[in-house]
Design a protein around this ligand. Sequence first.
Ligand code: AMP
Length: 113
Amino acid sequence: MIKTLFEKIAAREIPAQIVFEDDLVLAFRDINPAAPAHVLIVPKQPIPRIGEATADDQKLLGHLLLKAAEVAKQLDLKNGYRLVINNGADGGETVPHLHVHILGGRHLAWPPG
Ligand code: AMP
């Protein structure tokens, strides 16, 4: 199987600034940050996108979200932050390995563009 970009990061084949890791998930700084704090958290076992997750992924997805909140705390985003999942072309997805964006460190406008 060909590894996804984020699997290569998890395997240390591509460098990244890793900020959290456990058996199931990996969090690392986005290479092109859209905010002062911009971290991606991904399941190590790739799911292409949230629209393709199944009931079998329920526990992993819960873990991913709980760890996203933990990483936001670790990043000291006391004033707030946003979690974003882009799905498909219209959603702005560019990497087909499910990831949650953790964005903070500035006021984020709503609605997004
Ligand atoms: P999305 O557009 O939601 O699929 O998000 C993909 C994100 O991955 C973008 O914000 C990119 O800046 C980020 N990205 C792409 N390549 C890398 C990389 N090698 N290391 C860290 N982040 C990356």
